[in-house]
Design a protein around this ligand. Structure first.
Ligand code: ATP
Length: 609
């Protein structure tokens, strides 16, 4: 049986967890995902500039409204000429209205463009991470929980989407607003402006310091959420077991404890952000009130007009608002930096089984002779015990080999190594004389059909589940394979025949029915090498005979390796290989082995008795 080491640590990704990519620079790794859409990014930037410039004109329009709009031109005794000073009151409002409409247009177009880029880049990122995970070998999944991967694929990418799709543009807009506002403040009143600058500098320092700790806390918080979802994922997949052992309450308690931990971690982050917000609001309001106070004194002293003070205050509010937004955005950006780090770990996770450099295709695949030469293999998580210990075995093309032996002897491991799910530590495996390490993974695996111990059923109908073995197969081909595997017999009793949805993981089928679907899938794949890992173990004696007939037909002309505990199934094999503790202890025909009186004879005697 393909056992996984339950003692192995499961919550951490195996690699890169101490990534040197730090802080903000990790966001730079998102650039390859934005680069293809650079023209849209540029368009968004232009729209942003136009929008910000428009907004900066509004206080000027206000100033002119106050200084010119309410008084006749002749009565106006102000020091400045005004931007639109010559207009009537209605004219002033018309200009302001036009500015408002133009600004709204710019905002909407920028929102659309930026969100488009955000959504697109995130979808690409998600697919890239998924594609990378797809290339990982089973070893990766021994140490990484699927729930953890899912949480990164959904939660972390959503965080990044928020930043790319809105926060960055908000931040840039605020930066423009801030810079433009500052310039306008300086132009309007240099003295007040200098006062303002001093206050602003005081604000920036705490924002940067607090932002950093937000990032660290954010990563922690995402990690805890991932822990919860990994736990839930595992338990939801094992509901019948949980319920039959009446462990629901314990699982609920375990989950809520994990949710509490997420909550506490999130709370730390929220606290820091709340502090940041408090600091910001106090500082912003304080600055505005302060400026108003100084300005009001200048107006009463006659050194400044009311309109100028109004525009100055509007600019000050704009600048202060911009600083507030930037602080907010900074927090988001830092959170996204944490999320990016987590995604990059997945994206850059080393693939332990690599494609060979000059990958070859299998020559003459229809006659596949397999040879194991002194193969030694240790599971990475169990380096003390050899799962395969100096295994040497030649299998002729078209031969049927049965692998028998006690549980844990290494039978499934032999399949895993042949499929290159794991790499042998020493020795080699060849097919038609070609080392499997030199074959492309696609060529190797497409020439092998396997019926695994646990038949996997996808949430699709019966027809599509079988077609998984050969996606381009016609319905007739699928049905022919189904007939050979005795699927036909039970499918007709299902409500919609072949179109019946089989439920997630085939929950609507019996174990034997699932096994027959898996056999049909392998028959349909029509590969020259057939691996059967206790393929008929879940069938009753009658169906086993029927399925065996189908398998016998499928085994014709194919090189077949079958693992079986029931020795009655292996009688047709050309040779039987007996494995014990990773070593081949006996080889021969069933009759020869019975005569030898070794392990096989003992097992046979036990079963027959
Ligand atoms: N992923 C793994 N990590 C570490 N050890 C493993 C792993 N998979 C299997 N093993 C160990 O390797 C040994 C051989 O396992 P294997 O699954 O090949 O046995 P088997 O002969 O197929 O057993 P069964 O008849 O029960 O299916 C066992 O001791 C098992 O515990």
């Amino acid at each position: 049986m393909q056992a996984t080491d339950t003692n192995a640590p499961k919550s951490e990704l195996p690699l890169n967890s101490k990534s040197p990519v730090k802080k903000l620079s990790s966001l730079g790794n998102l650039w390859p995902f934005l680069y293809p859409y650079r023209s849209r990014v540029f368009l968004a930037f232009i729209l942003l500039c136009l929008g910000s410039a428009t907004l900066l004109l509004v206080p000027l329009a206000f100033r002119d409204l106050i200084d010119f709009g309410f008084v006749t031109k002749a009565a106006s005794a102000t020091s400045h000429k005004g931007l639109i000073g010559a207009l009537s009151l209605n004219g002033h409002f018309l200009v302001m209205f036009a500015l408002a409409i133009f600004w709204a247009l710019m905002i909407a177009s920028r929102y659309y463009t930026v969100s488009w880029v955000g959504e697109r880049a995130t979808a690409d990122l998600r697919s890239a991470v998924y594609a990378r995970v797809m290339t990982q070998s089973p070893q990766f999944f021994e140490t990484t929980q699927t729930g953890e991967v899912l949480s990164r694929l959904t939660g972390d990418t959503t965080l990044i989407q928020t930043v790319v799709g809105s926060s960055i543009s908000m931040g840039l807009r605020s930066l423009f607003q801030f810079t433009g506002g500052m310039v306008m403040l300086a132009v309007t009143n240099l003295y007040l402006f200098s006062l303002n600058i001093g206050l602003m500098l005081l604000l920036i320092l705490p924002i940067i310091i607090i932002g950093r700790s937000v990032k660290k806390l954010s990563r922690e918080s995402q990690d805890r959420i991932a822990d919860s979802s990994a736990m839930a994922g595992e338990i939801l997949n094992a509901m019948p077991t949980v319920q039959s052992y009446t462990q629901e309450q314990r699982e609920i308690a375990r989950f809520s404890k994990s949710a509490d931990i997420s909550f506490t971690t999130a709370l730390k982050r929220v606290r820091v952000r709340a502090m940041l917000t408090m600091l910001m609001v106090t500082a912003v309001l304080g600055t505005i009130i302060f400026v108003l106070w100084i300005g009001a004194r200048q107006v009463s002293a006659g050194t400044m007009t009311g309109g100028e003070l109004a525009s100055f205050v509007l600019y000050a509010m704009m600048v202060a608002g911009a600083v507030g937004t930037m602080a907010e955005v900074w927090g988001d950006v830092m959170r996204a930096a944490g999320a990016t780090e987590r995604l990059l770990e997945l994206l850059h996770a080393e693939v332990s089984i690599k494609e060979p450099v000059n990958a070859q295709s299998l020559i003459n695949p229809s006659n596949a002779a397999i040879e194991f030469k002194n193969v030694v293999f240790y599971y990475p998580s169990r380096p003390q015990i050899a799962a395969l210990d100096n295994v040497s075995l030649s299998i002729a093309a078209g031969e049927t080999i049965a692998l028998v032996g006690p549980s844990g002897a290494g039978k499934t491991t032999l399949f895993q190594c042949l499929l290159r799910f794991y790499e042998a530590n020493s020795g080699q495996i060849t097919i038609n004389g070609q080392n499997i390490d030199t074959l492309s993974l696609n060529s190797l695996r497409s020439n092998i059909a396997i019926v695994p111990q646990d038949a996997v059923i996808f949430s699709a109908n019966a027809l599509e589940n079988i077609r998984y073995g050969k996606p381009e197969a016609t319905d007739d081909e699928v049905i022919a394979a189904a007939k050979a595997a005795q699927v036909d017999e039970f499918v007709h009793k299902l409500p919609d025949g072949y179109q019946t949805f089989l439920g997630e993981r085939g929950t609507r089928l019996s174990g034997g029915q699932r096994q027959r679907i898996a056999i049909a899938r392998a028959i349909l794949k029509d590969a020259p090498i057939l691996l059967l890992d206790e393929a008929t173990s879940a069938l009753d004696a009658e169906s086993e005979i029927l399925v065996q007939q189908g398998l016998n037909a499928a085994m014709q002309g194919r090189t077949t390796l079958m693992i079986a505990h029931r020795l009655s199934t292996v009688q047709k094999a050309n040779r039987i290989i007996v494995l014990e503790n990773g070593r081949i202890v006996e080889i021969g025909s069933p009759a020869q082995l019975r005569e030898q009186g070794g392990l096989y004879a003992r097992l046979a005697a036990l079963q027959l008795a």
